[in-house]
Design a protein around this ligand. Structure first.
Ligand code: ARG
Length: 484
């Protein structure tokens, strides 16, 4: 490739492995040359790209581009690049524009002229689309495992505290007693839906774009079914070359799952930060996840969960950035799409890190069960149950609601709980019932009455915790056999 050097201000992009020099006489402006590079981000695709090159060169051999001997040389070159990078790492600071040009240059460096044929009938547009799907499906396993780890930690809490009462809130006002275990499993439900979403999104993108060319489909006589099978895409080849090279909805979907997961973690974090406050004192974070203040010696701050809550915002930002990137793009590939990786890759890493830290924070959160239980008995959390008692005695619920409202007012005036109203007050306020309120309105009784499916009764929570334990164990066994 001949290039007219126009002085030091220009960069010799040929040196960086440019794949498109023929039509150009001048080099790139150095600032733009740096600006348009993506190797520092897309180097993570290196091994997916090498694997793709193995399969693509095989497909090209089938199309007559390489003889079997030539294919063997090309494969030896690819294997050598892979071994070198496995040993020494991928040269992230290389002047190559992107990972695809870096890989091709290294193959050519090892098998010369033969290597120059490897891009026959392929475009970086179908190449990057394929690499990214391959990389994602491997990478998302880590996020999946990390969601699992948080669920494990929460289910352990639920198992320990299936019967331990604590105040439940709506509007951050004390509402009704719940069990600590019920609260933990609420977060498991949400996170497990995220896990399912992640699997569904991974499944949906399980189609192979390779062979779509730049936009219109390759002219090489390759067998796309065989390519898809060799690259382990379960749903075969993509069905439209324009869509295959232009589509990034799978990235948006993954970004959504990450954003939703982090949003769920953020709600968990907010709960635990509040639980750890002096005002609530429901739990105490262990030293492993707490930090002190540089000034105030008495402080013990819940920074782990606060950072999880804070970082969720950045992951939400990634979803918006990706949607914004694809919003105005004409069919099919546009260079804007290169930025997808800059957005998504760190968001995935951040999501996984938040999950790992949240799991730690849950593990190192020690509930003060005695205090939680005492607090579950305070604040008239059993008012609904008193109304239920009146209903049982034949009072219409709306009237019962009114009667108990007045009883609560009186109890507040007297500074007592409903079950502790003096006998004469009770006779005036609640003439319809004559039961032992201390027993009928205890947190224990209140909890046990909610034995409906999905309710907070300790027996239910224990059963749900067992169900989750079994489910998680089954996933762990399946994962272990996959590894074997
Ligand atoms: N590095 C690019 C990306 O990630 C692929 C290169 C395609 N470039 C092009 N001009 N068509 O999107």
């Amino acid at each position: 490739m001949t290039r007219r050097r126009t002085g030091d201000a220009k960069v010799d992009t040929a040196k960086g492995g440019s794949m498109w020099g023929g039509r150009f006489a001048g080099g790139l402006d150095p600032f733009f040359a740096e600006f348009q590079k993506s190797l520092t981000v897309d180097h993570v695709l290196a091994f997916a790209d090498l694997e793709q090159n193995l399969v693509w060169s095989e497909a090209l051999a089938g199309a007559g581009v390489f003889t079997p001997d030539e294919l063997a040389s090309v494969h030896a070159a690819i294997d050598d690049v892979a071994e070198t990078w496995q040993a020494k790492g991928v040269p992230v600071q290389d002047p190559a524009e992107d990972v695809h040009s870096l890989v091709e240059r290294e193959i050519v460096a090892r098998c010369g002229e033969l290597g120059k044929r490897i891009h026959t009938g392929r475009s970086r547009n179908d190449q990057v689309a394929t690499d990214l799907r391959m990389w994602l499906r491997a990478r998302l396993g880590g996020v999946n495992d990390a969601i699992h780890a948080v669920c494990r930690a929460l289910v352990a809490k639920a198992t320990t505290h299936a019967a331990d009462p604590m105040p439940g809130y709506t509007h951050l006002q004390r509402a009704q007693p719940i069990t600590i275990g019920h609260h933990a499993l609420a977060h498991v439900e949400a996170l497990f839906r995220d896990r399912e979403r992640l699997l569904q999104a991974t499944e949906r993108m399980d189609e192979c774009p390779l062979g779509s060319g730049a936009l219109a489909g390759t002219t090489a006589r390759v067998d796309r079914d065989a390519i898809a099978a060799k690259l382990a895409f379960a749903s075969g080849p993509t069905r439209n070359s324009l869509d295959a090279t232009a589509a990034r909805d799978h990235l948006c979907e993954i970004a959504f799952v990450c954003a939703m997961t982090c949003t769920h973690l953020s709600r968990l974090a907010e709960d635990y930060v509040f639980f750890a406050s002096q005002e609530a004192r429901f739990l105490r974070f262990g030293d492993a996840v707490s930090t002190g203040s540089s000034l105030m010696p008495q402080k013990r701050n819940p920074d782990a969960m606060e950072l999880v809550r804070g970082k969720a915002a950045r992951v939400q930002g990634a979803l918006l950035a990706l949607l914004g990137t694809v919003k105005g793009l004409p069919m099919a590939y546009n260079r804007d799409l290169q930025t997808d990786k800059e957005t998504l890759i760190p968001a995935i890493a951040e999501t996984e890190a938040c999950l790992r830290v949240a799991a730690l924070a849950v593990q190192h959160a020690e509930f003060d069960t005695a205090h939680c239980a005492r607090e579950a008995e305070r604040g008239h959390l059993n008012a609904t149950d008193l109304a239920d008692l009146l209903v049982q005695a034949g009072v219409a619920f709306r009237d019962a609601h009114e009667i108990v409202g007045r009883a609560v007012n009186r109890a507040i005036e007297l500074g007592v709980e409903l079950q502790d109203l003096p006998a004469d007050e009770r006779r005036t306020l609640l003439p319809q019932i004559d039961v032992d309120l201390r027993q009928a309105l205890s947190a224990r009784t209140v909890l046990e009455r909610r034995s409906v499916i999905g309710g907070t009764a300790p027996r239910n929570v224990a059963a749900e915790a067992r169900r989750w334990n079994q489910l998680l164990a089954a996933f762990e066994r399946a994962a272990a056999t996959e590894i074997e």
